[in-house]
Structure formats: C-alpha cells, structure tokens
Design a protein around this ligand. Structure first.
Ligand SMILES: Nc1ncnc2c1ncn2[C@@H]1O[C@H](COP(=O)(O)OP(=O)(O)O)[C@@H](O)[C@H]1O
Ligand SMILES: [Mg+2]
Length: 249
C-alpha cells in the first residue's frame, strides 16, 4: 500500500481540493483508495458527503482496537472510502504522541490495512506539529501545494527549511496551485525546473479555476462537475505524475 499526504502549514493552499481529486482519480482507475481526513475542519469529509457522525474518535484509531478499514465509510464512488473527520480528530496528535513510539504506531496502523487498500491519501491539518513530522516519516510522499507568488514561496520556505533540517525534505515535492497564466510571475514560476526552496517541483501545476471552488457547493470531485475542463485535465496530469513517483519509490 502506498501513502501520500497533501501538506502545507498554510491553510487555503488547496490541500483538501487536491487530496479529494487525487483520491477520486486513483479510485476511478480501480485502486482501492482510502481518503483519510486528518483535519478537524473536516472539509474533505464535507465534500465527500460525510458528516460528524461518520467520524470515529481519535482514540479508536490510535488504540489499534479497530483498523482503518473498519472505521472508514464507503463514498458514493466505487473503490473510494473515507475516514471521516470532525472536531474529534483534533485529539489525534495528542493520542498518537502518548504512544511509546508514535512513528512505529502509525506505521502499524497504516500497514494493518495493506490488504484492504492500495492507496491511502491523507488530507493534513494546516499546522506543523510533531504529528506532521511523525506522519511524514511514516509515509511515501508528501505533496506541498503552494501559489507561485514570491510571498507564498517565501512563507513556505520556513517550513521547507524545517523539513530539511529534520531530514525529511527528500520525501516532499512542491506543487504550484491556483496558477494564473495572465501573471508573468506565475508563468515564469511554472516554466522553471528550479526547485522551490530545496523541494523538487512537480512538472504538473493546477490552474486557478472556479470549478474547483464549486466542489464545495455540489459536494463532488472536480472530474464529475467539470469533465474535460482545463482544470480536470490538469488534475489528471498531476495524478499521473504523482503515481509514477510513488510507484518508482
Ligand atoms: N486551483 C484552484 N483554483 C481555484 N480555487 C481553488 C483552487 N484550489 C483550491 N481552491 C479554493 O481555495 C480554497 C482553499 O482550498 P482548500 O483545498 O480548502 O485548501 P486547504 O485544504 O489547503 O485549506 C477553497 O475555497 C478552494 O475551493
Ligand atoms: Mg483543508
């Protein structure tokens, strides 16, 4: 089983939108996919039409009393399962930190479902806590979405430097989201092969698109509401690039 997390300590950069679409595309290719909403704001849960009642207590996950597949619910889409979030999930970090070896515990929790799921996609909460470091060390790939503006890059720099200092930056790749081709700065950012800070940059990028905002209104993944749109095609390109990366690792 492979594990990918969409992560940035900044909110509003597209983690949830990208995680939902990535998980949906993997599921539609036939991979049994778990979308683990780890953010107590529960936006991914909302988009996939889950609610508070679908969310388990964090202690149920951490205690290993139940496996993730027992706690997950089916979504409206074939092969796509949701581990729903709610305010209850805010205790996950604390509960996991109580384990003797949090990283090993999390690895075991993920491995317990390796026969049930081909892929787990984690929608991360927007803060750099010990939890994020534990999760990053236990998974295959971290996708860091950010806008290609100098200020957004600068503010992600601190996080990127931190990941580097703890030896985790080679697991992380940067992804430009909300790209506006009318802006020269955006055009040159996506054209360069230079890393972002020290993070390798994905070739794919996601344009700014009102259809992505509509996901939260119609509560459906992008390919359903805007089939063949520019943003949908970009999302598929992103899916292919990321899956090539994780299966090469
Ligand atoms: N490429 C995009 N184009 C337009 N709007 C976007 C795009 N990506 C995300 N958004 C919007 O930006 C807001 C924040 O996105 P979200 O995925 O919730 O970010 P995060 O999970 O990082 O907080 C949402 O309203 C979402 O619809
Ligand atoms: Mg989010």
């Amino acid at each position: 089983m492979k594990t990918v997390m969409f992560y940035n300590q900044k909110g509003g950069v597209g983690k949830t939108s990208l995680a939902v679409n990535f998980a949906y595309l993997a599921a539609s290719e036939g991979f049994r996919t778990l979308l683990w909403d780890l953010d107590p704001q529960a936006s991914a849960t909302y988009i996939l039409r889950g609610d508070d009642g679908d969310s388990p207590k964090a202690s149920k996950i951490v205690s290993e009393e139940y496996s993730l597949d027992e706690l997950a619910i089916s979504s409206n889409y074939a092969n796509l399962f949701l581990l729903a979030s709610s305010l209850k999930m805010r205790l996950f970090a604390e509960k996991l930190a109580e384990a003797k070896n949090p990283r090993r515990r999390l690895t075991r929790i993920l491995e317990a479902t390796k026969d049930e799921f081909d892929l787990t996609v984690i929608d991360a909460p927007p803060n750099l806590t010990d939890l994020s470091e534990t999760v990053i060390s236990a998974i295959d790939l971290v996708v860091v979405p950010l806008q290609p503006s100098p200020l957004a890059i600068r503010s992600s720099q601190v996080m990127i430097e931190h990941l580097e200092s703890i030896g985790l930056s080679q697991k992380c790749v940067a992804l430009y989201n909300m790209v506006d081709q009318r802006r020269a700065g955006h055009r040159s950012a996506i054209a360069t092969e230079e890393p972002v800070g020290k993070l390798a940059k994905l070739r794919s990028y996601i344009p700014y698109s009102a259809d992505i905002e509509k996901m939260a209104i119609s509560r459906e993944p992008l390919p359903i509401i805007a089939t063949n749109s520019k943003s949908s095609v970009a999302m598929e390109g992103l899916y292919n690039e990321i899956s090539n990366l994780i299966y090469a690792r």
